[in-house]
Write a protein that binds this ligand. Sequence first.
Ligand code: BES
Ligand code: MN
Ligand code: MN
Length: 454
Amino acid sequence: MNLNELIESRRDQHLGELREFLSIPSVSAKSEHKPDIERAARWVADHLKAAGFPTVEVVPTNLHPLVYAESLEAPGKPTVLLYGHYDVQPAEPLDLWTSPAFEPAVRDGNLFGRGTADDKGQVHIHMKALECLHELHGKFPVNIKVLIEGEEEVGSVSLWDYVQRNKAKLKADALIVSDTAMLGKGVPSITYGLRGLNYYQIELTGPERDLHSGVYGGAVPNPLTILAELFAKLHDKNLKVTVPGFYDDVAKVSAAERKALNALPWKFANFKKAVGAPAYDGEKGFTTVERLWVRPTLELNGVWGGYQGEGAKTVIPSKAYAKFSTRLVPGQNPAKIAKLVEKHVRKLLPKSVHCKFETLSMGKPWVAAYHGPIFRVAQAALQKGFGKKAVFIREGGSIPFVTQMHDTFKVPCVLIGFGLPDENAHAPDEHLALENYYGGIKAIAHLYEDLATL
Ligand code: BES
Ligand code: MN
Ligand code: MN
């Protein structure tokens, strides 16, 4: 049996096992899921062991354990580090799922469930590709280190610590990650750029306590109204962010790169279908692809305060809150941007409210050249799995570890995504196309095999 035949013959077994992995609700944001997180880490460790890794560890951290495995039995061959995450986003709102989030179900060629695309399904693609290679050859074709963490969806804080303390152990010739998406169905893609992410929270306090809006309304500034005014001022009419200095360090995208990105087989119709908004808009002077991948943004993620229950309550709230974030692009420094944002927010606010400003997390953007033999090998592997040439794309999302690794080890980072932009990552009815799951296992098996020729 050759590699493709072996993988083909295991389709049902692979899918069955993935369903088991997905049914563990490994939500990293909620402490009630701590036992599930532990169970998922153990699950990954046990299955890596079964796939042929002689060394497998579940490493405790300050928050959630990470799983480390290695096989260094290919002398003279390259060493690669595979990264992924077994944690998932909360599944709420639960009533918007067609089938329960942690009871994986197949419909119309898609596997539905939290973590199918982001990122358990994609991690499983690597686990099964490696297992098949090991079964076929009795060993792995290259030296492999595996790091699967449980805190990606909450900012990868413990991971950074671990990397700093284990630099020698993690050293590799390349980083391989499957935690991104393809440009579209049938378009295998390699991602060479991600945006960074800074996340903020503010608390505005006006009157000492909630007030009767009839007794006091008209003479007391309302923190919620002030919050609304603040956010209305953070973009101008061209939808540029008004924070002074925000764009100062943005690296210029070359005319050639702009042209290449805009020439990709990216379809506005697909984008519209995935979003479903009545109309579209964004920073003036840029195409949608540029707005998504190479331009920085400021987004309001959540606001609350005052009364939200049933019926009416006439109240001037004492407090108003907001969570918001900036996506950053190459050239921008997260710490500098956080300072600029805080300064501007404070300047815009009237004296009638106090503001507590917190920067909850910061993360650098990443972009890298994609020339060199490893990218040719990756492209060829995708061709073997999908019968089509891979394109090189940038994406708007953030993966803290990729930046950290690139900065720490200066190695090529190969991001091969098997998700699709409309697969509802972080939302109800998250799913993964089965053709990408099965095609992914083939492509990734060929990738590891072909890396041995480098
Ligand atoms: N896998 C995503 C990142 C991603 C999605 C990259 C799509 C490219 C395309 C990852 O799990 C994620 O959701 N990251 C968070 C950041 C994190 C610090 C919470 C994000 O981008 O919001
Ligand atoms: Mn992810
Ligand atoms: Mn995610």
